[in-house]
Design a protein around this ligand. Structure first.
Ligand code: CO
Length: 221
C-alpha cells in the first residue's frame, strides 16, 4: 500500500516527493507490527537521556549512526555544530534539554570532511554564511600556534576536532549548564567526532561534568 492509497488524497499534479511519504508509511507500519503501542506510548512523553549537537550534513543522521529509536535523543543541528552564547535557537534547545528533560549527557559530535570547517579555512568569500563561519575562524585564531604547523587534510581534521572541543567549552560556559552543575545535576558534556569514511565515532576524550572539571580542562590547554 502506498501513501496515496492510504489517504486517497493523492494529486499527481503536485511535486510532493511522495516516495518519502510511502517510506514513512512503511516505516511506521513496521514499527507498529513489532510494538503496537509504540507511538501511542511515545506521544504521551519524551524522556531522552542525551542531547546531541551535530552538523546539519546529510551524511551524519544522528538516530541512525548511534542506533537510537524515536524518543531517545534530543537533537540540535547546525552548520559545523557551533554553539555561541548569542544564538537564542541553540540556547533554547540546551535549556529545554537540561532544565526540563534533564538529559544526563550533552554530546557535541563534529565530523571529518565538514564543509563548514573547510570553508572557514579557505581564504574566500561565501556571503552571509561567513558571519557564522567567523565562529570557526575564531577557533583557528585561538589555536593558531598548533594549526599554523599543519596543512591540507591534517589541518582540516585537526580543526574539526578543535572546533568540537571549543564548542564543548562554550556549552559548559553557558549559564544553563553552570546553573545545572550548581544545583548538583548529573550532567556531562562530551566531545566526539564522526568519520564519513568508515561510519565510526571517535571519542575526543573531553568529558566535562562540573565547574572544577572545566577549570582543570581549561588549565590544560
Ligand atoms: Co559538517
Amino acid at each position: 500500500m502506498t501513501y496515496r492509497d492510504k489517504t486517497e488524497s493523492g494529486n499527481s499534479e503536485t511535486n510532493t516527493p511522495r516516495h518519502l511519504l510511502d517510506n514513512n508509511l512503511a516505516w511506521a507500519t513496521s514499527i507498529k507490527e513489532k510494538e503496537p503501542d509504540f507511538f501511542s506510548k511515545l506521544s504521551q512523553q519524551q524522556t531522552p537521556e542525551y542531547l546531541w549537537i551535530g552538523c546539519s550534513d546529510s551524511r551524519v543522521p544522528v538516530n541512525q549512526i548511534i542506533d537510537l529509536m524515536p524518543g531517545q535523543v534530543f537533537v540540535h543541528r547546525n552548520i559545523a555544530n557551533v554553539i555561541v552564547q548569542s544564538d537564542l535557537n541553540s540556547l533554547s534547545v540546551i535549556q529545554y534539554a537540561v532544565d526540563v528533560l534533564k538529559v544526563k549527557h550533552i554530546i557535541v559530535c563534529g565530523h571529518y570532511g565538514c564543509g563548514g570547517i573547510a570553508a572557514a579555512i579557505e581564504d574566500k568569500e561565501h556571503g552571509l554564511i561567513d558571519n557564522w563561519l567567523q565562529h570557526i575562524k575564531n577557533v583557528i585564531r585561538v589555536h593558531s600556534d598548533e594549526l599554523k604547523k599543519l596543512k591540507g587534510d591534517t589541518l582540516h581534521k585537526r580543526l574539526c576536532e578543535l572546533n568540537v572541543i571549543e564548542q564543548v567549552i562554550n556549552i559548559c560556559n553557558t549559564t544553563i549548564v553552570k546553573c545545572a552543575w550548581k544545583r548538583g545535576a548529573n550532567l556531562n558534556v562530551n566531545g566526539w567526532i564522526y568519520s564519513l569514511e568508515n561510519g565510526l565515532i571517535h571519542d575526543l576524550n573531553i568529558q566535562i561534568g562540573s565547574t572544577s572539571d572545566l577549570k582543570q580542562k581549561l588549565d590544560s590547554f
